[in-house]
Ligand binder design. Structure first.
Ligand SMILES: Nc1ncnc2c1ncn2[C@@H]1O[C@H](COP(=O)(O)OP(=O)(O)O)[C@@H](O)[C@H]1O
Ligand SMILES: [Mg+2]
Length: 363
């Protein structure tokens, strides 16, 4: 284990004597050489967590252990952590080359090695041509890559990357995330990647920690989060379009979907809680099939997105989305049968959102 966060908490003083609890009792452990993504919506506490690890923000409570050392009270320069900041934080008077190479020789690389490292990082991130420029003359995307290059150029026990590709165009981002991941792995570096982009987290991370409102919701491999989400929040946050979530009540012969006038649904292989329990049934859009099944839905829209069809339907007073990988010949207003395999069902407790059961097949 390389990094351990133990009951880490951050409270900021707010206005009029109030306070903001940005991070709440966060426990997280990662191994040497791992890439972990902190994933969550804006304001969920990702940056606060990174800044506490790097030492730019004090911890309100809890501990941080890195490579066997307690570091939470050390000054940033003594933590052996490299960080790419959300706001880039480049030094304006220095060229991009000097920014990327800043401190490398002071930290033990000789001049040739340092120059070679700067060139490698710049080539990888496609900023070679702007090495002689200064930050003020560059676009946000170029400054962001310079900031990322500076962090990656350093040797450190831990690399912290705060939304490192948020300003880049989708095509470039897709190329660079593959290269950055390969570079981290080739050097055996340990990294925490902060992102609100689930594609980036899935593509780059060995494990993902999903946060919401300062609280860790689930921590695991991307496939684990997708197949066995711990709660409704993780279930609906990961996956596009989001998982369909239908409030339902457990009856003696299966599940009755609230506000949908159909017979109770038998879910073979899914352990149902006690009769009368209020639950939420979760089905991913690409597991909902049109043309056969126990439900009748009325088509609200049918859109072809170039490589997949998104069909929105009214099911009683509920709305569901079905995704198909070929065009679906249904018209708006038409009533069509639809259904799903019980092996793809997920069940959540209606009150707490906690997962109760997952079908036997993956997501
Ligand atoms: N310096 C600060 N002072 C007061 N509140 C802050 C400060 N920094 C962040 N916050 C608040 O803490 C919460 C978490 O912020 P942040 O860690 O930046 O989230 P994220 O990076 O996930 O968007 C937000 O409600 C934010 O407004
Ligand atoms: Mg942030």
């Amino acid at each position: 284990m390389t990094l351990a966060l133990t009951s880490l908490s951050k409270t900021y003083p707010g206005r009029h004597g109030s306070s903001v609890q940005a991070v709440r009792s966060l426990d997280l452990r990662m191994d040497k050489g791992e890439i972990v993504a902190l994933l969550g919506s804006s304001g969920c506490g990702k940056t606060s967590t990174l800044r506490m690890i790097a030492g730019f923000e004090s911890v309100t409570d809890g501990g941080i252990t890195l490579a066997g050392r307690r570091i939470e009270t050390l000054t940033p320069d003594r933590r052996r952590v490299a960080m790419a900041f959300e706001g880039y934080a480049l030094y304006p008077p220095l060229t991009i080359e000097e920014n990327i190479g800043f401190g490398l020789t002071a930290r033990g690389l000789d001049r040739n090695e340092a120059a070679k490292r700067v060139r490698e990082m710049a080539d990888m991130l496609e900023i070679g041509p702007i090495l002689k420029g200064r930050p003020a003359g560059l676009s946000g995307g170029q400054q962001q890559r310079a900031s990322l290059a500076r962090a990656l150029a350093r040797d450190a026990d831990l690399h912290l990357l705060d939304e490192p590709m948020g300003q880049l165009e989708p095509q470039l981002r897709a190329i660079l995330r593959g290269r950055v991941k390969a570079a981290l792995k080739a050097r055996g570096l340990t990294a925490v990647l902060v992102t609100h982009d689930q594609t980036e987290a899935n593509a780059m991370a060995d494990r993902i920690a999903v946060m919401e409102a300062g609280v860790l919701q689930q921590y695991g491999a991307p496939s684990e989060l997708r197949d066995r989400p711990a709660n409704l929040l993780v279930a609906t946050f990961l996956g596009e379009p989001p998982m369909n979530a239908l409030p339902a009540t457990v009856e003696p012969h299966g599940l009755h979907i609230d506000d949908v006038a159909e017979d109770a649904l038998a879910l073979p292989g899914v352990a149902l809680p006690a009769v009368g329990s209020k639950v939420v049934l979760g089905i991913r859009p690409h597991r909902l099939h049109l043309g056969a099944g126990v439900w009748r839905g009325q088509v609200i829209s049918n859109q072809w997105l170039g490589d997949q069809a998104h069909v929105v339907l009214a099911l009683g007073s509920r709305i569901v989305v079905a995704v198909a990988h070929q065009r679906v010949p249904v018209r708006v207003g038409e009533t069509v049968p639809l259904g799903f395999g019980a092996e793809h069902a997920h069940l959540f407790d209606a009150a707490s959102g906690r997962a109760l059961a997952h079908g036997t097949a993956s997501a």
